[in-house]
Design a protein around this ligand. Structure first.
Ligand SMILES: Cc1ncc(COP(=O)(O)O)c(C=O)c1O
Length: 486
């Protein structure tokens, strides 16, 4: 007997299927006792997992019995048992219903959790950090994925090599040399799930602590990275910034320094060539390590591409990049280009098998790069972001000519410098107008307010974040909240 009570379910308004077959696990389901047990169990399950909501009226004995092809008494007995257990209630005149108090049990035990109500997003999203999500190259990625899957040898579907797929490491060796001036070979590249993962691998004590603090970092940077390092027990020391980038002359006894040389995050400028040389001198003299965060190195709009510092001395610099700005932070793929002496320790920190970066995604990215799709996408996005940058600059020139814009030669965001003391009120006004953006204070190292570390007022505008059609309105709204000139 394997019957559903579709008819009755329609009558009670619930879409319910009861399996009373032998395979339902109820022994002897074919006998009268077995049928009652199967029905009782089926109804109990339906209440528990939410198919029968509290308050739902169950069909009368007769119709359910007819639907299921069982005796009326069998249904009556099953209902009575469930009433006695508290799953159902029976009241004269209102029939048999699912008990209200079955609800908490149902929630706690079985029901798939309801999605939390969706927070309504800001009307205009100008937060830095995300490329234009509407521009993800879906078709080209799909083509690469398909090719990668078709060509993958069977061993791909076994445990992954923690170094990453050789196809991807080879593709990156060529690409990074050509596009970023990185000098390496596949054996020195370790694939990871992005920059944050690289930091964890390098500093986590669980991973054996490939590097140790104190770590110098730019006085303005991503708070999330500082928190991640603090959680790993790494002390971080802020380096002041000026118009030539980080003051690397202030490096002293730190063991390593983390820099964003191509485009200081978030204030904007490239590290001056003399400072690039100076930081390498420091590393050579002190045995220090330079961590190069190349988070948006591909997006440079003037004609002077800034190559990687790593090219100056591949044995002193750990170069780290990811697809988070070029493709999407959802892909979770990144790479570390390591000095030879760190390769073994980083691989040991990763463990015996690849546990973070999907091997299939790695193969897709390898295909995406080798087929030229990555270059095409970056070129297309560079044009799009350059035009957004130009629109931002001209909107400000027209509506807020006293606001200085910095960091616009590259990247996906700009910094609008504000009169001292005005940052908080501008961020607040923006929030009131439904504009999401961050003030520079969000990015300041907690120890960076000391003497010799100038505090800056400004807002960081992520001009890549809105989709193309939403950008104009976001710009207009932004101009509306900026303070008038002096
Ligand atoms: C300063 C900085 N570094 C690195 C990254 C990349 O981080 P991840 O690769 O962990 O997504 C970002 C964000 O995309 C960033 O803003």
């Amino acid at each position: 007997m394997a019957r559903s009570w579709v008819n009755s379910a329609e009558r009670i308004g619930a879409d319910l299927h009861l399996d009373l077959s032998e395979s339902s696990g109820v022994s002897g389901a074919s006998g009268p006792g077995g049928r009652r047990a199967a029905l009782t169990r089926g109804l109990r399950e339906a209440v528990r997992d939410g198919r029968l909501a509290p308050g739902t009226r169950l069909p009368p004995y007769r119709s359910l019995a007819a639907d299921l092809g069982i005796a009326r008494n069998t249904v009556a007995d099953a209902y009575a048992e469930l009433v006695a257990e508290g799953w159902l209630t029976a009241r004269q005149g209102s029939g048999t219903r699912v008990a209200e108090r079955a609800e908490p049990l149902r929630r706690a035990e079985r029901v798939p959790r309801k999605a939390p109500p969706r927070a309504r997003g800001p009307r205009h999203d100008l937060r830095q950090g995300t490329p234009d999500a509407s521009a993800f190259p879906r078709a080209a990625w799909l083509a690469s994925y398909r090719r990668a899957l078709q060509q993958a040898p069977n061993e791909v579907f076994g445990p992954g090599d923690p170094a990453g797929r050789i196809e991807l490491r080879e593709a990156l060796t060529e690409y990074l040399a050509r596009a970023r001036g990185v000098r390496t070979e596949p054996g020195r590249i370790v694939i990871c799930s992005g920059f944050a993962h690289a930091l964890r691998l390098l500093f986590s004590q669980e991973g054996g602590g490939v590097l140790r603090g104190p770590l110098a970092m730019e006085a303005y940077g991503l708070g999330f990275h500082r928190e991640l390092l603090a959680a790993a027990g790494v002390r971080t020391v802020p380096l002041p910034l000026d118009e030539d980038g980080a003051r690397v002359d202030r490096l002293a006894r730190e063991r390593a320094v983390l820099l964003t040389p191509a485009h200081q995050f978030p204030t904007g400028g490239p590290l001056h060539p003399e400072r690039r040389a100076a930081v390498i001198d420091w590393a050579r003299a002190r045995g220090g390590v330079v961590l190069e965060d190349d988070y948006d190195g591909e997006f440079r709009y003037d004609r002077k591409p800034v190559g990687a510092v790593q090219g100056l001395d591949p044995e002193r610099v750990i170069f780290i990049g990811s697809v988070s700005k070029s493709l999407s932070p959802a892909v979770r793929l990144g790479w570390m280009v390591l000095p030879e002496r760190f390769v073994g320790d980083v691989l040991a920190a990763k463990g015996e098998r690849e546990a973070w970066a999907s091997v299939l995604d790695q193969l897709s990215l390898a295909d995406f790069i080798v087929s030229g799709a990555y270059d095409r996408h970056v070129r297309r996005m560079r044009q799009r972001y350059r035009s957004r940058r130009d629109r931002l600059v001209s909107a400000l020139a027209a509506h807020a000519p006293d606001i200085e814009v910095t960091g616009v030669a590259a990247g996906l965001h700009a910094v609008l410098r504000l009169p001292p003391g005005s940052e908080r009120s501008v961020v607040k006004a923006a929030t009131w107008q439904g504009i999401a953006l961050e003030g520079l204070a969000e990015f300041r190292h907690p120890e960076a307010a000391e003497p010799g570390m100038p505090v800056r007022d400004g807002i960081v505008v992520g001009y890549a974040t809105p989709s193309e059609h939403a950008y104009g309105a976001a710009l207009e709204a932004l101009c509306g909240v900026l303070p008038p000139g002096p």
